[in-house]
Write a protein that binds this ligand. Structure first.
Ligand code: NDP
Length: 290
């Protein structure tokens, strides 16, 4: 068997066309502010976000209220100040803070500080709580991207053995919630998991978000499985995922490549969430309302 590749770039292009129409109908135009850092990875991701926003006519800068770059050793007060300023600015509809954060900056504090109605990553505790009750208004952008790729297979999720590797707050946990919502029998593996291979071997649906190059061996993949690789790693001078791609392709039915799988869809989900955030703010003036 050779797996069908789940082409994230094509899916992102389809989403772009739909979002362009949606964004064009909104006045004033939606605005996203990105806090990024003076590191190679953050600068590169900012460039991609800028280009994507421009294609959708989503405003990411200009004037006093523009996206900002802080030094890679920025402090908590510096990060807090930028977020507070954007929270208070009614012309800003979406806020995205790049991770990894500088050393000493607390990710949980950052998630909780962002106005939940502007939280385009879906990481604020209020948005996480809503996801727990399957009532999310702004979903986790990476988890939604994973679900969009799974949808592309047109295979039912209900009743499948789903295994998620990684239990981070921004990827593993939200993905596992969304899989539960779809009635998959969901196992979450993490650093404390014994016999990881045994779990992988019985996964009909495997989502891996760890950040370790080719941690998951191709020979572990259940024949006919769907494999979604979220990991982005640089190894041997090239970008690879968390799954041994060629070996897994020989066993899976569907597989998402790295690069070109989850990544482009996630970037587009941030833009989609910006539009959702815009609509939310035009419906409810107070950011305390539930
Ligand atoms: P984190 O580092 O926050 O989380 C990694 C998770 O993997 C943790 O839950 C960790 O457990 C777990 N883990 C670490 N080692 C092992 C192991 N040997 N076996 C099983 N579990 C393990 O990373 P993120 O969730 O933020 O990101 C994961 C990967 O996805 C990264 O490569 C990142 O670059 C990529 N990413 C890609 C995106 C995209 O759009 N394509 C978006 C976001 C992330 P513990 O915490 O207990 O150590």
């Amino acid at each position: 068997m050779t797996a069908t590749r789940l082409d994230g770039r094509r899916i992102a292009e389809q989403m772009k066309q739909a979002l362009q129409q949606e964004a064009a109908a909104l006045h004033p135009r939606p605005s996203l502010r990105v806090l990024y850092f003076d590191t190679k990875v953050s600068q590169l991701y900012w460039l991609v976000q800028q280009q994507t926003a421009a294609a959708l006519d989503i405003d990411v800068g200009g004037g006093l209220s523009r996206s900002e770059c802080l030094p890679s050793n920025a402090t908590q007060p510096q990060v807090d100040e930028v977020i507070r300023r954007w929270n208070d600015d009614s012309a800003v509809h979406g806020i995205f803070v790049h991770q990894p954060l500088p050393p000493g900056v607390d990710p949980q504090r950052v998630s909780a500080l962002i106005d939940p109605r502007k939280d385009v990553e879906g990481i604020h505790p209020q948005n996480s709580a809503r996801r727990f009750f399957a009532r999310a208004r702004i979903g986790s952008c990476t988890a939604l991207a994973v679900m969009r790729l799974i949808e592309e297979t047109q295979e039912p999720v209900e009743g499948k053995e789903a295994v998620v590797v990684g239990h981070s707050e921004i990827v593993g946990r939200p993905v596992s919630m969304l899989l539960l919502d779809k009635l998959a029998t969901t196992t979450v593996c993490h650093i404390g998991t014994r016999h990881l291979e045994d779990h992988i071997r019985r996964a009909d649906l495997l989502v891996v978000a760890v950040g370790q190059p080719e941690l998951i061996k191709g020979r572990w993949i259940k024949p006919g499985a769907t494999v979604i690789d979220v990991g982005i790693n640089v190894a041997g001078g090239r970008v690879v995922g968390d799954v041994e791609f060629d070996e897994a392709t020989a066993r899976a039915k569907f597989i998402s490549p790295v690069p070109g799988g989850v990544g482009p869809v996630t970037v587009m989900m941030v833009m989609k969430n910006t539009i959702e955030a815009y609509k939310l703010q035009h419906q409810q003036p107070s950011h305390e309302s539930s």
